[in-house]
Design a protein around this ligand. Structure first.
Ligand code: NAD
Ligand code: ZN
Length: 356
């Protein structure tokens, strides 16, 4: 079968691979809609997770079940499914401790285009199908469904980890698709004032629709200073970090109040090894004693998460299609969609590739 792959750091291309084999509790799915992720860009062009050779890319897909193993109960060939970007091993020790995305080591629940071939192939493998697939609800568009798999799950996690209470003031740094879902999640969790920090006009427009009350441009000066000024020097209760490089944590620490939670969604690319570090400001972090928590997380995966997010869409709480700015048709357009994700033109939030 054909797949669009990372050949090595900085190089992508089409390759031929064997169709994946289905284990007794697994499924093989044929994708019907795909989306590239900013993380694919970090993986290929920044070598953020190290070198990968001839590994099919992609982790955002909806599709049709083609084959299931003997022990799969709830899915059969022909079913339309949402496939989470993160497909944990649900019988692992990390799951029992409550961290399914971290099964088998840091970010180990992230298998597609990390440890095994991703979804940009004619077929792809799903481990533990009953736990890692969700039925595509009747009437849901493929564009909406594919936004659930990673963007909604990650951005909403950003909001969940920011400790939002009714009336909290929240800042969302970076309003690509992940940050926009952070804005929407903050609103759903009851935030009062929501600062959205970004510049792309299309993102600003969607941020307002999703509930941003204030728009801040990081190109108009120090972001933290602008937010401190707008809050009479008080700062914010929660920060959702979903854009920029590692130095963005300096902004977050500066605007965060005591007791605040800085919730990081970012995949910090570039550099490898234990000496490659991320900066924190000693003073704004109270010399390490400021009661400002930095919380990290990988996109939650699995069936229940997908079903719950799908309900938010079905029952009108969230319209993820607002984020789909570009639509491609046909398998061979995966390459163009990924290239667009790499270029990030100003009218882009998220491209989707429809395969039928
Ligand atoms: P994106 O590039 O579309 O959006 C990020 C935005 O932040 C861009 O518009 C960029 O211009 C803006 N930005 C840059 N510097 C900034 C600054 N100083 N202040 C405010 N904004 C700034 O990316 P995305 O697709 O929304 O993804 C966001 C991040 O989340 C990426 O790093 C991605 O790899 C990561 N991600 C993580 C997970 C996870 O599981 N934790 C899942 C998916 C994506
Ligand atoms: Zn992703």
């Amino acid at each position: 079968m054909k797949g669009f792959a990372m050949l090595k750091i900085g190089e992508v291309g089409w390759i031929e691979k064997d169709r994946p084999k289905c284990g007794p509790r697994d499924a093989i799915v044929r994708p019907t809609a795909l989306a590239p992720c900013t993380s694919d860009v970090h993986t290929v062009w920044e070598g953020a997770i190290g070198d990968r050779h001839n590994m099919i890319l992609g982790h955002e897909a909806v599709g049709i079940v083609d084959e299931v193993g003997d022990e799969v109960k709830d899915f059969k060939p022909g079913d339309r499914v949402i496939v989470p970007a993160i497909t944990p091993d649900w019988d692992s020790e990390a799951v029992q401790r409550g961290y399914p995305s971290q099964t088998g080591g840091p970010c180990g629940g992230w298998k597609y285009s990390n440890f095994k071939d991703g979804v940009f192939g004619e077929y792809f493998h799903v481990n533990l199908a009953d736990n890692n697939l969700a039925h595509l609800p009747e009437g849901m568009s493929q564009e909406a469904a594919v936004m659930i798999t990673d963007m909604m799950s990650t951005g909403f996690m950003g909001a969940e980890n920011a400790g939002i209470e009714l009336g909290s003031t929240v800042a969302v740094l970076g309003i690509g698709a992940v940050g926009l879902c952070g804005v929407a999640g903050a609103k759903l969790l009851g935030a009062g004032r929501i600062f959205a920090v970004g510049t792309r006009p299309i993102s600003v427009e969607v941020a307002k629709k999703y509930g941003a009350t204030d728009i801040i441009s990081y190109k108009n000066g120090d972001t933290a200073d602008q937010i401190l000024e707008a809050t009479d020097g008080v700062g914010v209760d929660g920060v959702i970090v979903s854009g920029g490089g590692p130095e963005i944590l300096l902004d977050a620490l500066k605007m965060a109040k005591a007791g605040s939670k800085i919730s990081n969604n970012n995949y910090f690319g570039k550099g490898q090894g234990e000496k490659d570090t991320i900066p924190l400001c000693r003073v704004n972090w109270g010399f390490g004693m400021a009661d400002k928590d930095i919380i990290t997380g990988l996109c939650p995966g699995g069936r229940t998460r997908m079903e719950r997010l799908a309900d938010l869409v079905t029952y009108g709480r969230m319209d993820p299609e607002l984020m789909v700015t570009h639509t491609f048709k046909g398998f061979d357009k995966i390459e163009d969609a990924l290239e667009l994700m790499r270029e990030k033109p100003r009218d882009l939030i998220k491209p989707v590739v429809l395969l039928e």
